[in-house]
Design a protein around this ligand. Structure first.
Ligand code: ADP
Ligand code: MG
Length: 257
């Protein structure tokens, strides 16, 4: 079943189109990796799917729920609040720079949405938090503040926070780009485990070797469009399009991966 359908999506900032007629779908349990040069629209695409940006055309459908109800005079009319609230809980986002609340402990960062949005009682929220921290190998950090964690630990807390609401779709925007090289591996390992558990994920990354290992499907974007889409062994190992080849050349020659 397609858990996500992106249909003819358009997004403009002022008059500049940054997402141009993008369509794709994602099946439940699939890991989709999005690659492409800086400025190609990858973050904007994830933000539109997470309803963090207003869209200008097309639609995003999550578990059968349409974000846009209809178009009136070419203007999108967003669906009813009840449906949008549901859609918002279906997606979770992990950001490059972690976006943790600096004034809250790890535990409070993870339980905040559970108690305030999902109205779970404190004991249940804490139990969910403890099991996620265990899974992230961070049990001893529950009462620490983000400023006392390494970048890799912060990102693992941010992944735990995303998992706490049990989203149907996990979006990660360059989850390892802000990390020192020696900390990248611990975060990639956690993401790989989630892929093995068949969590549905959309991951934007420049870690090409990782993409090859973890992706069921890869999308290459350039200038707001999908240029190529397919299995990693095709898009990464044997790209059809010249633009994909030129982009990948930089990663395969520089950095040795
Ligand atoms: P990527 O994540 O692939 O690097 P982005 O989605 O961040 O690309 O950006 C796509 C384009 O949209 C770029 O040209 C960028 O400058 C522009 N853009 C991104 N965010 C904004 C914004 N808030 N306001 C105006 N332009 C933006
Ligand atoms: Mg980006």
């Amino acid at each position: 079943m397609d858990i996500l359908e992106v249909k003819g999506l358009n997004k403009k900032y002022k008059d500049v189109e940054v997402i141009k007629d993008v369509s794709f779908s994602v099946k439940e349990g699939e890991t989709l990796v999005i690659i492409g040069p800086s400025g190609s629209g990858k973050s904007t695409l994830l933000r539109c799917i997470n309803n963090l940006e207003k869209i200008d055309g097309g639609n995003v459908v999550i578990a059968g729920n349409e974000m846009i109800k209809e178009y009136k005079n070419s203007k999108p009319i967003y669906n009813d609040k009840e449906i949008l609230n549901k859609i918002n809980l279906y997606t979770g986002m992990v950001f490059q720079d972690f976006n943790l609340f600096p004034h809250l402990t790890v535990r409070k960062n993870i339980t905040k949405a559970l108690t305030s949005v999902l109205k779970k009682d404190k004991d249940e929220a804490n139990a969910i938090c403890d099991s996620l921290l265990k899974k992230m190998d961070l049990s001893e950090k529950a009462e620490a503040y983000p400023c006392n964690l390494s970048g890799g630990q912060k990102q693992r807390v941010s992944i735990a926070r995303c998992l706490a609401i049990n989203p149907k779709i996990i979006c990660m925007d360059e989850p390892t780009s802000a990390l020192d090289p020696e900390l990248v591996g611990e975060v990639l390992k956690v993401i790989k485990n989630l892929a093995n558990e068949k969590r549905t994920m959309l991951i934007v990354t420049h870690e090409i070797k990782f993409a090859e290992e973890v992706a069921d499907r890869v999308i290459f974007m350039d200038e707001g469009r999908i240029i190529e889409e397919g299995k990693p062994e095709d898009v990464i190992k044997n790209p059809k399009e010249k633009r994909t080849r030129e982009f990948l050349k930089r990663y395969i020659n520089v950095g040795g991966n």
